[in-house]
Design a binder for this molecule. Structure first.
Ligand SMILES: Cc1cc2nc3c(=O)[nH]c(=O)nc-3n(C[C@H](O)[C@H](O)[C@H](O)COP(=O)(O)OP(=O)(O)OC[C@H]3O[C@@H](n4cnc5c(N)ncnc54)[C@H](O)[C@@H]3O)c2cc1C
Length: 375
């Protein structure tokens, strides 16, 4: 019934956890899910699975497999599926980002981590600089990854840094000027209409037509005038900066945040790059609660003889579940974050790190393994 890549037959079911419960409200949900499934048979929709086993039972292939449906992973999945000829599978260890108040309400972001089901609940080893203490090291464990739990401060970084990346790598593609068009492509700047924002940002450095919502604070605070008074009293030390995202982030200015002004909610890669019009693509498939355990060598490149890694081993995020495999016909894209990418897909990690003669550093952040049980 479900055939990725064949538009007319694609079935969409937004499966909900607990869907098979027996209460009257559960029965109603089941009925609605059935109607949704039948309706979808008439049209074209993509698939958002809640369970690794749902994917395994399909026995299908994808052009690209994206490991980690976080900030970067969903951008890559979105951009690849702009081409209807590519089928893309996203495997995300965490669950859905919807209906979680601590993720949706901007000021609740401090409650989103640590020690929640949406956090990997990593902790550091004892830190010498912290008098031997171990501290929490939050990372998003949910669709949208850390963009679903972060503090939403919209920072592009400094021009100097990007230009140094370009110099060090010898690749001008990393330079500020070459990257700004992509920064603009992601940005949908919405200044609040409730106040005069003329002196609060520089429209010339922003885009008003991109994907991810960005805004300024929508209401004045008592401390604003006092903070900005320092920019005239101590202008050498604390100069006024009309826009921190111009490439020069130094000084004091108005904070820009990834917030959707229409309903004052968090804008994450899940709400933007996986918005309804994108998840509706028949060539985009997302599986939640699915932990990638290894990237396996699938063969050798016929031209270069170098090893190829196109097979992914995965399991349900519930401990002790069966392991399955799926193979990409083109590429596996690792976007499991700065800790997940090097730490989890073991085969790939060993190969890469051995190749560059780098030993895996066991003194970095370690999973204290409080990964939430989902059952
Ligand atoms: C609490 C907090 C506050 C922050 N505040 C800000 C801020 O205000 N401004 C700012 O610019 N930046 C902030 N950051 C940093 C920013 O959010 C991150 O740098 C960015 O989101 C990282 O993106 P990523 O794609 O590399 O990783 P992530 O967005 O973390 O995505 C990685 C994804 O991979 C999944 N994953 C990991 N391992 C596996 C596996 N084995 N199998 C399947 N899936 C896996 C994870 O669950 C996650 O969804 C903050 C981060 C945190 C945690």
């Amino acid at each position: 019934m479900y055939t990725p890549g064949i538009k007319s037959d694609v079935l969409v079911i937004f499966l909900k956890r607990g869907k098979l419960g027996k209460s009257p409200s559960d029965s109603l949900m089941n009925l609605l899910a059935l109607f949704a499934a039948l309706a979808a048979l008439e049209g074209t929709c993509a698939v958002l699975y809640e369970n690794a086993a749902d994917l395994a039972s399909l026995n299908v292939q994808f052009d690209f497999i994206v490991v980690g449906g976080g900030t970067g992973g969903l951008v890559v999945a979105n951009r690849l599926t702009e081409n209807p000829n590519y089928s893309v599978l996203v495997l995300e260890a965490g669950g859905s980002n919807t209906d979680i108040l601590n993720i949706i309400v901007p000021f609740y972001c401090t409650r989103a981590t640590p020690d929640t089901p949406q956090d990997w609940n990593f902790s550091t080893t004892a830190q010498v600089g912290l008098n031997g203490r171990s501290i929490a090291y939050p990372r998003g464990h949910v669709l949208g990854g850390s963009s679903s739990v972060n503090s939403m401060v919209y920072t592009r970084g400094s021009k100097d840094d990007y230009d140094r990346y370009a110099r060090v790598s010898g690749d001008d593609g990393w330079s500020w000027d070459r990257l700004v068009p992509y920064m603009r492509k992601t940005e949908h700047f919405q200044p609040p209409k409730t106040q005069n924002t003329t002196e609060q940002f520089n429209p010339a450095v922003h885009s008003f037509t991109g994907v991810n919502d960005v805004s300024l604070p929508g209401f004045p605070r008592d401390t604003d005038a006092r903070v900005f008074a320092t920019t005239s009293v101590l202008s050498d030390e604390f100069p006024f900066n009309i826009d921190m995202n111009s490439g020069n982030p130094l000084g004091i200015g108005w904070i820009q945040s990834s917030i959707n002004l229409s309903d004052a909610s968090r804008s994450s890669s899940a709400t933007s790059y996986l918005a309804p019009q994108h998840i509706a693509r028949p060539n985009l498939h997302v599986v939640l609660n699915t932990l990638v355990t290894r990237i396996l060598r699938s063969g050798s490149n016929s031209r270069t003889g170098k090893p190829t890694f196109q097979t992914v081993e995965y399991t349900s995020s519930t401990r002790g579940s069966a392991r399955f495999r799926v193979t990409a016909t083109k590429e596996v894209i690792l976007s499991a974050g700065s800790i997940g990418t090097p730490a989890y897909p073991n085969a790939f990690r060993d190969w890469r790190f051995r190749k560059f003669d780098i030993a895996w550093n066991s003194t970095g952040p370690q999973p204290s393994f409080c990964r939430p049980e989902l059952d």
